[in-house]
Design a protein around this ligand. Structure first.
Ligand SMILES: [Fe+2]
Length: 169
C-alpha cells in the first residue's frame, strides 16, 4: 500500500510567519520576476565583458566585470527569499525567458556605446520590476523583502546613472 502522502501545498500552509498565504504567493511571484530580470542582466553584462571592442575596451571590460559580479552575487539572496516565503525559486533558462521583462543580449555583439545603452535600459527595467513589488511587500509588513528591494533599487539606479553618464558628451 502506498503511504499516504501530504499534498504539495501542505508545506506552504504550515508556514506561519505572520504573512498570509496570498501575500506570500504574490511576493514570491514578484521576486521570481526580479530574479529572472537580474539573471538576464547578469548574463548580458558578462557577455558584453567578453565581446566589447574599441578604444574604451579597457574601461568597459573592467567596469562590466564589476557589474556582472555584483549581479551574480545578487541572485542568491533573491532566490533564497522566495524559499523563505515557502515557494519554489525558478532556475532554468526557459523559466527566466518567460518571467523576465528584459530582452536577451543580441546574438551579434553591438558597438561599445550601444552595449552601454542596452545596460542602462536593463538596469532601469530591473528597477521598475523591483519597485512594482514594493507596495505588496510593504502592506504585508514583509520587512526582509522590502529591505532586499531597497538594496537592489539602490544598486540598479546608481549603476544606471554611471552607465548613462558614459553616453553624455
Ligand atoms: Fe574576464
Amino acid at each position: 500500500m502506498a503511504k499516504k502522502t501530504s499534498k504539495s501545498t501542505a508545506a506552504h500552509s504550515s508556514i506561519n510567519i505572520g504573512i498570509s498565504d496570498k501575500d506570500r504567493a504574490a511576493t514570491a511571484e514578484g521576486l521570481s520576476k526580479l530574479l529572472a530580470d537580474t539573471y538576464t542582466l547578469y548574463l548580458t553584462t558578462h557577455n558584453f565583458h567578453w565581446n566589447v571592442t574599441g578604444p574604451m575596451f579597457n574601461t568597459l571590460h573592467q567596469m562590466f566585470m564589476v557589474q556582472y559580479t555584483e549581479l551574480w552575487n545578487a541572485v542568491d539572496p533573491i532566490a533564497e527569499r522566495i524559499r523563505s516565503l515557502g515557494h519554489v525559486a525558478p532556475g532554468s533558462y526557459a523559466q527566466f525567458a518567460k518571467l523576465s521583462s528584459l530582452k536577451d543580449a543580441p546574438a551579434t555583439p553591438p558597438k561599445a556605446l550601444e552595449m552601454v545603452r542596452i545596460l542602462v535600459e536593463g538596469h532601469e527595467g530591473v528597477a521598475r520590476t523591483a519597485r512594482a513589488l514594493f507596495p505588496i511587500a510593504d502592506q504585508a509588513s514583509d520587512e526582509p523583502t522590502a529591505d532586499l528591494l531597497t538594496q537592489r533599487l539602490t544598486v540598479h539606479e546608481q549603476t544606471a546613472w554611471m552607465l548613462r553618464s558614459l553616453l553624455e558628451e
